[in-house]
Design a protein around this ligand. Sequence first.
Ligand SMILES: [Zn+2]
Length: 158
Amino acid sequence: MLALTVDRYWEAVHNAFAQWSSVIPLTFIDVTRTQEKPDIFLAFSNQLCSLVCQQVTRTFGAWYAFTNPGERTVFNTFHQWAYRDTWKILSGQYVDFGTVALHEIGHHLYIPDEYGSPNSIMRMNTLNRHQRDFYGNYIRPGLQPDDIATSQRLYGRR
Ligand SMILES: [Zn+2]
């Protein structure tokens, strides 16, 4: 998992699902340590890319993650991932796992890319990825008003 510790990974994943779940009436249950088959499978790899995302890679450079909605998300091990580590993220050498996890879960909710106002979590191209406050402290990536409104149009309010 490169620079991301297992603890930070789980914290980021649980936080990202919890953020979506807090605004729409969907509950996500971690079945990792049970026998249940997951609806959503998360993995790290650079092998599981579909033909479409291979095309995207050739055009735009290495993808961060690829999601088949309602099935799986693959986070690309080509990148170094970090979470709650502002200086790594600001160095440009690491990708913020919290932001991408939140975004990919949006795809599992069938919200497309580039949807919403420029700072919404579904707009990776225009999203403010400098997650730090005036003092340099990490600001946890969060759902923006448009992300919340879109998900509530699809699923209702919690
Ligand atoms: Zn996307």
